[in-house]
Ligand binder design. Structure first.
Ligand code: G3I
Length: 372
C-alpha cells in the first residue's frame, strides 16, 4: 500500500469535504490540478482584451498609495472602478461641499495605465449622506438629481467611459409597484426617477455607456424578473440605457439558479442590451476555516457562474469587487475576518494569484478560442 503523504491525505480529506458541501449545492468541483506556475501568465486584463472584452476591479483611493498593490492592479486590470469615490457619500460630505480629489486621482491612474474607468454610482439609496437624505423631497428631488448628475458626469466627460447610472432600484420585498425599492428617490420623484437619471447622464456625456446595476439575477426568487421588467420599461420609454450590470456577489454554498440566469441573459440579449458583470466576488463565511478548501469552492462557484453566462452572451466586462482578498469589502463586513482571511478574489493577501484568478482566466481563454 503506497504511503500517502500527510499533504496528500489532507488534500483528499478536503476534496471529500468539498464534494459533500458542493454536492448539496449541485455543482461538482473541478479536480485539484497539480500546482503549476500561473504567475507567469499575462494579466486578466490582457487575456480579456484578447477575447474582445475587459477585466477590471474596484479599488478604494487610499489603496493606490501602496506601490505593490498599485502595480499588481495595473498588471491585472484594464478597467478601474472607484469603490467609494464616486458615490454621493464619497463625493459630497456636506451640503455644497464637493470632494473630487480621490476620483480625480483614480481617473489619473486609469489614464496613466491606459485603463477604462467606470463610474459607480450616480443614484443609489445607500451611501447617501445625511444632509442629502434630509434635503431630498418632492420639491427638491428634480433639482438635486439634475445638479448631481450634470456636475459629476460633466466633470468626467470623455474620461469615465461607463456609468452605473442607477444602482439597486429593485427590492420586491418593499411591496411597491413593479418590485421597485421604497427609497427616498422613489418617494420624491416616483418611479420615473430612473429614466430621468439616464436622460440627464446622456445629456451630460452622450458618449458614455449608461448601465442599470443590480444584484440577485443569478438566484431564484423575484429579483431577476423585476429587474428585467424595469429594463423593458426603460427601453419602451426610449431611455438612453445601453447595458445592465449584474453585481454577482456569489456564495460558495448557495446554488446559482442556472435556468433563471440563462433566461436572464437571453432576455438581456433580446432587448439589445450589453451585459456587464460588475462586482464579482464569493462569500464563504459559512464554510470551514480550511483556506485551500474555501479557495477551491469559491473558484468552482465563479467558474460555474461565468460558464453559465458565457454560454449565452459575451459580457462587455468582468469586474471583481476588489482585486485582492486583503482589501475585500467582505473583510470590512465580516467580524471574524481578522482570524479568518477572506477567500474571494483573484489575488490573495500577498497579491499571489488564487484559484478564483484561474477560474476567470480559464473562462477568458475558452472565450478567446470560441469554445463557449
Ligand atoms: O471613507 C470613510 C472614512 O473616512 C471613515 O473613517 C470610515 C469609518 O466610518 O468610513 C469610510 O467610508 C466607508 C467606505 O466604505 C470607504 O471605505 C463607509 O463607512 C462604508 O460604509 C463604505 O462601505 C462600502 C459600501 O458599498 C457602502 O458604500 C463598501 O466599501 C463597498 O464595498 C460597498 O460596495 C457595494 C456597492 O457599492 C454596491 N453593491 C454592493 C456592494 C457591497 O455592499
Amino acid at each position: 500500500m503506497p504511503r500517502v503523504s500527510r499533504r496528500r491525505f489532507l488534500q483528499y480529506t478536503a476534496m471529500a469535504a468539498a464534494a459533500s458541501i458542493l454536492g448539496c449545492t449541485g455543482y461538482a468541483e473541478q479536480p485539484v490540478l497539480p500546482h503549476y506556475d500561473f504567475e507567469s501568465l499575462p494579466g486578466l486584463g490582457v487575456t480579456a482584451r484578447r477575447a474582445g472584452m475587459d477585466y477590471g476591479a474596484a479599488i478604494r483611493y487610499p489603496q493606490l498609495s501602496e506601490e505593490a498593490y498599485a502595480s499588481a492592479f495595473a498588471k491585472e486590470c484594464s478597467v478601474i472602478v472607484p469603490e467609494h469615490a464616486l458615490k454621493w457619500e464619497g463625493l459630497r460630505p456636506a451640503a455644497g461641499v464637493w470632494n473630487f480629489q480621490p476620483a480625480d486621482a483614480l481617473c489619473e491612474f486609469a489614464q496613466m495605465h491606459h485603463m477604462k474607468m467606470r463610474g459607480h454610482t450616480l443614484v443609489w439609496y445607500f451611501a447617501f449622506p445625511k444632509w442629502a437624505q434630509q434635503a431630498l423631497d418632492k420639491d427638491s428631488g428634480a433639482r438635486m438629481l439634475e445638479e448631481h448628475i450634470t456636475t459629476v458626469v460633466g466633470r468626467y466627460r470623455g474620461r469615465v467611459s461607463s456609468w452605473d447610472v442607477v444602482n439597486e432600484a429593485i427590492h420586491p420585498e418593499d411591496n411597491q409597484a413593479d418590485g421597485m425599492r421604497d427609497s427616498l428617490w422613489l418617494r420624491a420623484l416616483g418611479p420615473s426617477y430612473v429614466e430621468r437619471a439616464f436622460s440627464l447622464a446622456h445629456a451630460a456625456d452622450p458618449s458614455a455607456e449608461l448601465v442599470y446595476n443590480d444584484y440577485g439575477a443569478e438566484f431564484s426568487g423575484k429579483r431577476a424578473d423585476a429587474i428585467l421588467g424595469l429594463l423593458r420599461r426603460l427601453k419602451d420609454k426610449g431611455a438612453p440605457i445601453h447595458g445592465v450590470g449584474i453585481q454577482a456577489h456569489l456564495w460558495a454554498t448557495h446554488a446559482i439558479d442556472v435556468k433563471k440566469l440563462q433566461m436572464f441573459c437571453k432576455e438581456v440579449k433580446q432587448m439589445g442590451l450589453k451585459l456587464l458583470i460588475t462586482e464579482l466576488d464569493v462569500k464563504d463565511s459559512d464554510l470551514p476555516d480550511d483556506i485551500a478548501l474555501r479557495d477551491r469552492l469559491g473558484a468552482a462557484r465563479v467558474r460555474q457562474f461565468l460558464e453559465t453566462i458565457l454560454a449565452e452572451i459575451k459580457p462587455q466586462q468582468i469586474l471583481t469587487w476588489g482585486l485582492t482578498n486583503k482589501y475585500s469589502w467582505l473583510a470590512m463586513h465580516d467580524q471574524n475576518a481578522s482570524e479568518r482571511p477572506v477567500c474571494s478574489l483573484p489575488l490573495d493577501q500577498t497579491y499571489q494569484r488564487t484559484p478564483v484568478w484561474k477560474a476567470i482566466h480559464d473562462c477568458l481563454i475558452k472565450l478567446q478560442s470560441g469554445l463557449n
